[in-house]
Design a protein around this ligand. Sequence first.
Ligand code: E4P
Length: 217
Amino acid sequence: MKFFIDTANLDQIKEAQELGVLDGVTTNPSLMAKEGITGEKNILNHYIEICNIVNGDVSAEVRSTDYQGMMDEGRKLAALHNQITVKVPCTINGIKAIKTLTNEGIKTNCTLVFSPGQALLAAKAGATYLSPFIGRLDDNSTDGIELIAQIVEMYNYYEFDTQVLAASVRHTMHIIQCAEVGADVITAPLNAIMGLINHPLTDIGLAKFLEDYKKMD
Ligand code: E4P
């Protein structure tokens, strides 16, 4: 399972990269706005900065909702750096754009996915990644992990190449649950990734070993 970090914060991206387990980055307009980045030039430069920190794919989202606008933006984003994946919302125009961008050899991430039907269309269009939003489904009394499991099963059955990128991960247990149902990728905030290391018995055990080492001095 690949680990992506879900942020546009350069310090957090660097910290995750230094851990040595980072496979990529996802951003969205809300995450970019949170960093106070404004103006097209600064936005595009920020994507390049992220690409220069990590080795893997970096999702950059289009803002257009019409097909031609998505295509123009998608091509421009993809030309920035070979690690850029164009993030496109799961709409009719989005599916059309994913199909054309895929035909042009541009990587895509179909975002804002909340149903198996959307997942099927995105895979048929050739999306590189599919982003079902776990946390936002959970927020609406629907089991987000169950959707991941459904899509993984469906994609395996037909051997689709599209990778299931579990998004809207809110906490560490979501990551474990995604691993249990076979998600190809998770994208999570830094604290959810770092939470995987926590166990009080590790801390207690290490303290005891260090104490006993002293007896051997
Ligand atoms: C990433 O691709 C998504 O945009 C992100 O995970 C959404 O997360 P949220 O539901 O916590 O905003």
